[in-house]
Design a protein around this ligand. Structure first.
Ligand SMILES: [Zn+2]
Length: 125
């Protein structure tokens, strides 16, 4: 039994699996969030957040609720403050769903593993 290989397979599978707890479906969509900051005129800025949330077709509503959950709102608000932005206006939140390309996900994942491995080898040398 090759332990390392099992881990890779499982991790790779999780990249393709719906974010919703208990859902076993393959993901179809990644979700990004944009919103305006509070403030007037030029101070009102458009903020884009890339999320790592991916869901199947049945759970797009869940993804939106998760992204705008109290804990995530708090996280975003804290980040805005740390970056010296005005507070976020979540009333203006818009979601962008992007259809996922599974071959692309797998290829990128393998590339990043290769890069890690090369990095480790370079450190060992
Ligand atoms: Zn799902």
């Amino acid at each position: 039994m090759d332990g390392a290989r099992v881990t890779i397979v499982m991790t790779e599978r999780s990249l393709h699996q719906c974010h919703k707890h208990g859902c076993d479906a393959q993901v179809d969509w990644s979700v990004d969030l944009t919103f305006l900051s509070r403030g007037l005129g030029a101070f009102r800025r458009r903020i884009s957040c890339n999320s790592t949330v991916k869901v199947c077709g049945a759970h797009t509503q869940h993804a939106m609720e998760f992204i705008l959950s109290p804990i995530n709102r708090e996280r975003i608000t804290r980040w805005m403050k740390a970056e010296n932005y005005p507070p976020p206006d979540f009333e203006t939140a818009e979601f962008e769903f992007k259809r996922l390309d599974h071959d692309e996900i797998t290829r990128r994942f393998r590339d990043s593993l290769m890069a890690q491995r090369e990095d480790q080898e370079n450190h060992a040398a």
